[in-house]
Structure formats: structure tokens, C-alpha cells
Write a protein that binds this ligand. Structure first.
Ligand code: ATP
Length: 345
């Protein structure tokens, strides 16, 4: 069963096409991360799924039921969709238990509230009020409240953005575990690519209202369809193939996966690139180390080729190389960088 289907959905605000024939399917139990640059239409897509904004054209289905076809729309409260937004939006005058039980039928309420608070690890905080909770606790209450009415789909818009980085990692992993345990399909918007890679079953990358690529985290990171997705999902260098063939060991122009004609650019992530320090003088190397950034467990080196093009290469923090060293860059054995068409604009 498909939990959610958007078919050719469009939404225009004056001059802005916030969704442009946007199509996407979400399988039951699937956790999908929706990412893309600011203003590309992520929140608009969530709002249309929730019923907070009608579609101009196209169809939205939830578990096979059409909820919006551009002519008539099922109101938000009858869609069975739960919402968790960054700002929590808890009712300040209601206790934690009151918040969690808000949308639940009276006969089921006490049992459901206890079950939800247990699920999010807050069973002893039911009598507190939102202002008596930490940011992480409030976020868990918001999740418990959204899950309590047994939604058929959960939408999360930047749910972890207001949390500090350590807490954020813990809460996001907890939330992903809870969604998987309750088998609740969910779409979550994030600005954090690492978050999307860490907890999404699949990732949908949007650009200017359109779906650029949807795939597993490995797909969008290692097999991006174009240089936009490649650079949006993580650090990458794009080197013309002929230059890479001449300057980077292990590149002979064959054997790499291709997208499009794939004649243009070789995408190299920092972990794809290794290097050996040249024996003698600077003239021996085909690249020069022009920068080194300490990242805790690794150093990330910036290598400049004679053309001025640069590569990044990560190595163990134990493996120090001086800036200014001449080096021979190479592709790490087993890594298969992707060949992409040059960007059209
Ligand atoms: P961000 O990551 O910055 O939150 P987003 O990807 O969620 O952005 P949206 O909020 O969906 O983007 O906005 C998409 C585009 O539609 C933007 O150009 C925005 O200015 C415009 N837009 C969104 N809502 C409205 C509205 N109610 N009226 C007019 N324009 C709007």
C-alpha cells in the first residue's frame, strides 16, 4: 500500500512556482527526508499534504484516498495526518498529559496518553506544563501528541532545528526509532544533509519547486544525477575528465558510473581522494597542498591542480602533511566517483 502519493502537484504564489509538477510516492512505514535550498518549496509541499494549502493542479492521495485534486480538498482535521513543527506549538495552559491527549477520543485517552508518554520516555512528566520542560522534552511531547491519534502519516518540518547539536542527534535518532517502532510513515523536512542521510530511508532533493532526485541515502550521495544534487548532499570537487585523467592516479576515463552523457565532470568526494607526498621538489608532484582543516578525527586537505582546480582529501588525524607539500593525488581503491554532465547554467 502506498501511504502517500503526489501526482504532478503544482502550486503558484504570484510569480513563484513553489511546486512545479511535483510527484512523489511514499511507501507504508517509509521515512522520507525532503531537502533542498531555502525557498525551493519544501514547506509548501508539506502544507499541501496536511491540507493547510490547496493544490492548484495535480492530485494528492493518502492511503489510496484522494484528499485534494485541485477542485475539492478534504479539510486538514479529516486527513489523519500528524504534524510536528520546529516551534513545538504545545498548548501552554495544558499539562503534558493534556497536550498528548488533546486529539484522542475520551474513552481511549488515559490509556493512550500513558502509552505515548512511555514511548517517548516521559512517563513521569505527565503533570508538568510546557514551560517546565527542556527543549528536547518539549519536542518529545510534540511527537507524542502528534502520534497519539494514530495518524496514517506524520509530517515533520525542521523538527530538531531549535535543539543544540548533541541533543539534536540524540532526539533525531530517538524520533526515527519511534517512527519505525510504530510503523508510522513520515516525511520530514530538514536543512541538515547529514540528518537526512542518517535517518531517511529515502531522500527527496528539491530545487525550485521540482523534484531533482529521490533515492536512498547512498544513491543521492554516491550516485547523484547531477552536480546540483552532488554538491547539495555533501562536499565534492568536479574536475573535467581529461584533466583528472592526466593528473589524478587511478583515473583512466573508463569504468566510472555515468549520468547523462557523463562526458564532462568527474565528481570526487573528499573520501574518494588520497595522495602520496612527492619525493623531491615541488615540481615532482601534480598537485600542491594549499590548505588543511582539522575536523577532529580527520584532517581535510585541499589539493590544487596546476589548472587551479581543487580537490579535497580526508586522512586520519594522525597523518599530518605540511601545507605547501607537492603531492600525487589518486582515487582511493574501491571508490567509484561518478561522471556527470557539466551544469547547464
Ligand atoms: P525554507 O527552507 O527557507 O523554509 P522552503 O523550501 O520550505 O524554504 P517554501 O516556504 O515552501 O520554501 O516557499 C517556497 C516559495 O514560495 C518561496 O519563494 C516563498 O517565498 C513562496 N511562498 C511560500 N508561501 C507563500 C505564501 N503564502 N505567499 C506567497 N509566497 C509564498
Amino acid at each position: 500500500m502506498t501511504a502517500l502519493r503526489l501526482h504532478d502537484v503544482s502550486k503558484r504564489f504570484d510569480q513563484t512556482l513553489a511546486a512545479d509538477r511535483f510527484s512523489l510516492d511514499l511507501a507504508d512505514h517509509e521515512l522520507l527526508a525532503l531537502v533542498g535550498p531555502s525557498g525551493c518549496g519544501k514547506s509548501t509541499v508539506l502544507r499541501m499534504i496536511a491540507g493547510l494549502q490547496p493544490v492548484d493542479e495535480g492530485i494528492i492521495e493518502l492511503s489510496g484516498d484522494v484528499v485534494d485534486d485541485g477542485r475539492s480538498a478534504v479539510p486538514p482535521e479529516r486527513r489523519g495526518v500528524g504534524l510536528v513543527f520546529q516551534e513545538h506549538a504545545l498548548f501552554p495552559h495544558l499539562s503534558v498529559a493534556g497536550n498528548v491527549g488533546f486529539g484522542v477520543r475520551t474513552d481511549d485517552r488515559a490509556h493512550r496518553v500513558a502509552e505515548m508518554l512511555e514511548l517517548v520516555g516521559l512517563h513521569d512528566l505527565g503533570t508538568r506544563y510546557p514551560h517546565e520542560l527542556s527543549g528536547g522534552e518539549r519536542q518529545r511531547v510534540a511527537l507524542a501528541r502528534a502520534l497519539a491519534p494514530r495518524p496514517r502519516l506524520l509530517l515533520l518540518d525542521e523538527p530538531f532545528a531549535s535543539l543544540d547539536p548533541n541533543l539534536r542527534t540524540r532526539i533525531r535518532d530517538d524520533v526515527a526509532d519511534i517512527l519505525r517502532a510504530t510503523r508510522t510513515p513520515a516525511v520530514f523536512v530538514t536543512h541538515d544533509q547529514n540528518e537526512a542521510l542518517a535517518i531517511g530511508d529515502r531522500i527527496a532533493v528539491m530545487r525550485a519547486g521540482r523534484l531533482e532526485q529521490v533515492g536512498t541515502p547512498e544513491d543521492v550521495f554516491h550516485r547523484p544525477i547531477d552536480s546540483f544534487v552532488a554538491s547539495f548532499m555533501g562536499e565534492a570537487a568536479f574536475i573535467p575528465l581529461d584533466e583528472a585523467t592526466a593528473m589524478v592516479r587511478g583515473v583512466d576515463g573508463t569504468g566510472f558510473p555515468r549520468h547523462g552523457d557523463g562526458n564532462g565532470l568527474l565528481m570526487l568526494r573528499p573520501d574518494d581522494v588520497t595522495f602520496e607526498v612527492a619525493d623531491n621538489s615541488a615540481s615532482d608532484g601534480t598537485a600542491t597542498i594549499v590548505g588543511a582543516e582539522f575536523r577532529g578525527s580527520t584532517w581535510c586537505y585541499r589539493l590544487r591542480l596546476p589548472s587551479g582546480a581543487e580537490l579535497l582529501s580526508v586522512r586520519s588525524h594522525l597523518d599530518r602533511v605540511a601545507v605547501g607539500s607537492a603531492v600525487h593525488p589518486g582515487v582511493r581503491p574501491g571508490h567509484l566517483p561518478v561522471l556527470l554532465d557539466p551544469p547547464s547554467s
